[in-house]
Ligand binder design. Structure first.
Ligand SMILES: Cc1cc2nc3c(=O)[nH]c(=O)nc-3n(C[C@H](O)[C@H](O)[C@H](O)COP(=O)(O)O)c2cc1C
Length: 183
């Protein structure tokens, strides 16, 4: 928490697609955050090189340093992702790997984290969301129990998620509960 009492939530999105529904969900998170919450969307996951211990040195590539700095600044994290082939999109898994190091000293260590998202399938990407929770749970953050939202994209009817009162209310609820978990 900053000196003025506000909290910062880091947002990471597992889709690079311009018209991504998950990017729209991240927009909604930015719009619907409580007044005392700054949402910092780190929108550069596509710039991260593939994780490689040989380049995870004191002089890491700039996008990695920027990701870790943003994570260090954050008090909590919200991950928004689709499902690819039954699991976590590679771009997001790569970010998890970068954030999991230094081993035992992740920039997100012990910080509360929630995973939400949308996917085409009837379960809304729940496999990817569960796997993302599992992987982040190993990487360092504290995955908060019960903060779950997996939206089948068909239920949005081609509209921005901000037009669904149900999604707006559920995302707001999750953000509020996530922020309440900050120490
Ligand atoms: C490579 C690939 C794999 C996919 N695999 C799944 C899947 O396993 N389950 C699912 O529900 N949707 C799957 N989809 C469909 C995505 O859920 C859908 O394209 C979704 O809108 C992507 O999220 P976005 O709109 O944020 O980019 C897949 C899409 C792609 C491109």
């Amino acid at each position: 928490m900053s000196e003025n009492g506000s909290s910062t939530v880091l947002v990471l999105v597992g889709s690079l697609r311009e018209a991504s529904v998950n990017r729209q969900l991240a927009e909604l998170a930015v719009e619907s955050a409580p007044a005392d919450v700054d949402v910092e969307w780190f929108d550069r996951l596509g710039e991260l090189p593939f994780y490689n211990e040989d380049i995870d040195t004191a002089d890491v590539p700039e996008p990695v340093a920027a990701l870790r700095t943003a994570a260090a600044r954050a008090d909590a994290a919200l991950v928004v992702t689709p499902e690819y082939n039954g699991t976590i999109p590679g771009v997001l898994k790569n970010a998890i790997d970068w954030l999991s190091r230094p081993y035992g000293d992740s920039a997100l260590k012990d910080k509360p984290l929630a995973v939400v998202g949308a996917a085409l399938g009837q379960y809304g990407g729940v496999w990817a969301h569960d796997e993302t929770r599992k992987s982040f749970g190993i990487a360092g953050p504290r995955v908060v129990d019960g903060l779950e939202l997996s939206i089948p994209t068909k239920t949005l009817d081609g509209k921005h998620p901000r037009e669904s009162d149900d999604v707006v209310a559920r995302l707001r609820d999750i953000l509020g509960k996530l922020v309440a978990e900050i120490d």
